[in-house]
Write a protein that binds this ligand. Structure first.
Ligand code: F6R
Length: 366
């Protein structure tokens, strides 16, 4: 049932091109300007009435929500707040009939996420559930549904569910932007055509394992690692650090790179591994300076950058290049080598990657 793979996690990492394709097909159609969302019934008038969006979730799904905030605000120009479900439900958030809530949950059964959904509905919000399980509680209780078609995810650490959740954020963002008049058809076509190429680019990335294995061989005995990024890279850094913590039990911290000098740079000392993401074109030079800052203090940096940005080799010890795409879509690509990196580190350490200690696949208690 592991299809020749040693663990479910690595099998599911390799299933991502298909999962992404399945989640896009039928919704984003080549040569068509229409976005088809069968289970979302929001009309153009409904969307114009929305003055605020909450994305609420836990864990990895919350990290997909952080990307969702960037994407939806950028495309649809509607203010978005992202919340951890167990915080949202106890903090008396401001919700009314003009609020749209998006809950993101692979299982559709996470107790805190469901409680937040119910809270929002009680206050009159419209709720979209992004979930991977047909007929799950989240799907049944929400007004609208976006199914991620990742297929069953067995490994405790979420991989293909996350990338399909990212796809849901892009598609919902595009949908809102088209219907509220914030995006021209030309802009839509540019993003659509780039999205359609993503499965192939992920496929290509899955072949690049050498640098990551080398990183694992060199660094698996370290007790701490840092993840740095700016903008969307920061959101992906959070997910990368969570993956490493969960399956390898190494302490990992993700920081917005601009925050370094406000405290965490004090932790950088000789030999500490730093995983730096530098995929955001307009922030590239800033990331290069941040990498220099940590290298000067002894950090060993593995950097992730888009093909062609070879300047990064002047500062980083190791570089992994990602196929080129637009800045908005890089999270789909950059998270894949981070998943592999965690996997190789955990395997090299001899950890039980599919069933990490203390964790359950679905958290149905509060
Ligand atoms: C991490 C992980 C968890 C889940 C979280 C939410 O790899 O799997 O952080 O993302 O427990 O679960 P769902 O999405 O089922 O609500």
């Amino acid at each position: 049932e592991k299809g020749g793979y040693e663990h479910f996690m690595i099998k599911e990492i390799h299933e991502q091109p298909k999962a992404i394709k399945d989640t896009m097909t039928s919704r984003i159609i080549p040569d068509s300007d229409e976005i088809k969302l069968d289970d979302i019934k929001l009309t153009s008038d409904d969307i114009k009435n929305i003055d605020k969006i909450f994305i609420v979730a836990c864990g990895t799904a919350y990290h997909a929500g952080i990307v969702g905030k960037y994407v939806i605000e950028k495309l649809a120009r509607i203010p978005v707040e992202v919340d951890i479900a167990s915080e949202f439900r106890y903090r008396d958030p401001i919700i009314n009939e003009r609020t749209l809530m998006i809950v993101v949950s692979q299982s559709g059964e996470t107790a805190d996420t469901l409680a937040a959904l119910r809270e929002a509905k009680k206050s009159g919000a419209r709720v979209i559930a992004v979930t991977n399980v047909v007929g799950s509680s989240a799907a049944r209780e929400a007004d609208d549904i976006f199914y991620t078609w990742a297929g069953p995810e067995i490994a405790v650490a979420s991989t293909k569910a996350y990338t399909t959740q990212l796809i849901s954020m892009y598609i919902i963002g595009l949908y809102l932007a088209r219907l509220n008049g914030n995006m021209s058809v030309e802009e839509y076509r540019t993003i659509r055509d780039e999205m359609i190429q993503l499965p192939e680019k992920v496929e290509k990335l899955l072949e690049e394992k050498e640098e990551l294995q080398k990183f694992a061989d060199r660094n698996h005995m370290h007790k701490d690692m840092f993840y740095l990024g700016r903008g969307l890279d920061n959101a992906v850094a959070l997910e990368g650090a969570l993956k490493l913590k969960e399956i390898s039990y190494i302490h990992a911290e993700a920081y917005a790179a601009g925050e370094l000098k406000h405290g965490p740079i004090a932790l950088i000392d000789d030999g500490i591994p730093v995983i730096a993401l530098a995929t955001q074109g307009e922030l590239f030079e800033k990331m290069v300076s941040n990498i220099k800052e940590v290298v000067t203090r002894g950090a060993k940096v593995i950097a992730f950058a888009l093909e062609g940005n070879t300047d990064i080799e002047k500062v980083a010890e190791q570089v992994v290049y990602l196929p080129k795409t637009i800045s908005l879509l890089t999270p789909i690509l950059s998270v894949v080598p981070l998943q592999l990196l965690s996997y190789y580190v955990a395997v090299t350490r001899g950890c039980d990657v599919d069933k990490p200690r203390n964790l359950a696949k679905s958290v149905t208690v509060e």
